[in-house]
Unconditional design. Structure first.
Length: 459
């Protein structure tokens, strides 16, 4: 059993990620009684930030993101310390070592660009701060397979794989984790969860908004790197993996890795890219950019459970709604005995991950009367998201306890990059689409005869 941490350090303490996610998660952990150790922020500011400045920023963050709980915030403030300095400066890490002098097990969270990972882990190692420590790193884990391998080499120079916690916050979402639980705890699903009974799977991650103030960053990344390689392949692994041998962390991650390694590497024929009209006018976007703001992809899993079953995945910005949803379509019986034309989409499981949480089954029932004619109905269970633990609270709490089950392992990240590496860049044209539509019309051609795209509806 891993030791619980007795210090939490986060680099990039004055950055955007800390403001939007880390401070709210830390307050929730303090409120729940899960965090009672020094919280050390590290950053560089020309004006020489102080711990009081950091506390003011934390309060401003909470006022915007979740609200201030005065009792929990007072406790969190009393735990906070701050180290100001440049990451390339050895004295920054010497100061950090002084602050951590009494700590035995540390967690270091690198909420900074990946280009700085090497500098920081080297500074931690040379100052002694890396000893008996765990390190958390944020996506993106590289820009392609080659850079991901290089990033892993940098981390492994100073930290063993068992102490590297790669965050994909999608794995920390309750409804994403619930996919695994629902599949394997209900005996009605496992016998039919295979190529014999399932004809296709659709996964849609739609965003109603554009790139906003992230134009420069987004233009260097694009939709495929931003959500496909990580979030959506993580969802795919939960939907399609074989049963893990137990609920232990490595057993679940082994099952995910085995599934992802069986995904056939993509070709340009498996991809449609799009770009919303007006993207080139966004601040920070390069003139003539061919970065995609939409993609529709088709993947296949080359194993016995899923051989021949197409999985269609799409995501984009400036679509009609903001929603992430999975639809698993079952095969119709070999013969329709009631002499009616039944839509091919009538039997399905629908799993909505956001904005609300839904598990639904589409079934066909008889209409009242003396004729054997049916209609499609949906049996639905829904839950509001405020009943769920926020993903960063869950993930940071797990990292502090040494529970790595919801974090990405090196082989998982490598397998994800192996899937998408062949379709990165301008391997296909980028088609324009109007804002508020479901992407370019070419995406319908990708899905072909299997079924049309099913567009999520949000009330």
């Amino acid at each position: 059993m891993a030791e619980s941490a007795d210090a939490f350090v986060f680099f990039g303490a004055t950055g955007d990620l800390a403001y939007k996610q880390i401070f709210p998660a830390l307050q929730l952990l303090v409120k729940a009684g899960e965090l009672d150790v020094p919280i050390v922020g590290v950053a560089y500011s020309e004006g020489k930030y102080t711990v009081d400045d950091l506390r003011k920023r934390a309060r401003a963050s909470l006022e915007e993101h979740g609200g201030v709980d005065e009792e929990a915030f007072a406790k969190m403030s009393s735990l906070m310390q701050y180290v100001d300095g440049e990451y390339q400066d050895a004295s920054t890490f010497e100061a950090l070592a002084g602050v951590l002098a009494g700590a035995k097990t540390k967690v270091h969270y690198l909420a900074i660009p990946p280009s700085l990972f090497g500098v920081v882990v080297k500074g931690l190692a040379q100052s002694g701060c890396a000893a008996n420590s765990r390190i958390i790193v944020e996506k993106p884990f590289g820009r392609n397979l080659e850079s991901a391998d290089e990033l892993n080499d940098v981390l492994h120079e100073f930290f063993p794989e068992s102490d590297i916690y790669r965050i994909d916050h999608y794995l920390g979402k309750d409804p994403v984790e619930n996919i695994i639980y629902t599949r394997f705890s209900n005996p009605i699903f496992e016998p039919i969860w295979n190529r014999t009974h399932i004809s296709s799977i659709q996964i849609t991650m739609a965003e109603q908004f554009g790139v906003a103030d992230r134009g420069s960053f987004y233009d260097s990344v694009g939709c495929i790197r931003d959500v496909f390689q990580n979030h959506l392949l993580a969802v795919t692994s939960n939907i399609c993996m074989d049963p893990p041998r137990s609920d232990k962390a490595d057993a679940v991650r082994d099952a995910r890795a085995q599934l992802l390694k069986a995904v056939r590497p993509m070709t340009p024929q498996d991809l449609i890219r799009g770009q919303y009209v007006g993207y080139l006018d966004e601040k920070g976007v390069k003139p003539g950019s061919t970065t995609e703001t939409f993609f529709a992809a088709r993947i296949f899993i080359d194993n016995w459970r899923w051989a021949g079953v197409p999985i269609y995945i799409r995501s984009g910005k400036h679509l009609p709604v903001t929603c992430t949803e999975v639809r698993i379509r079952f095969r119709r019986p070999p013969q329709e005995i009631f002499e009616e034309v039944v839509p091919s989409t009538s039997s399905y499981v629908r799993i909505r991950i956001s904005p609300d949480i839904v598990f639904a089954m589409g079934v066909r029932v008889k209409k009242p009367g003396d004729r054997m004619i049916g209609e499609d109905v949906e049996l639905l269970f829904s839950e509001q998201p405020d009943a769920q633990m926020p993903p960063y609270e869950r993930l940071l709490g797990d990292a502090l306890k040494g529970n790595d089950s919801l974090f990405s392992r090196e082989d998982l990240v490598t397998a994800q990059w192996e899937v998408v590496d062949p379709i990165l860049g301008d391997v296909t044209p980028v088609y324009p689409y109007e804002q508020g539509t479901w992407g370019p019309g070419e995406a319908e051609g990708l899905i072909g005869r299997d079924a049309p795209w099913i567009n999520p509806k949000v009330s």
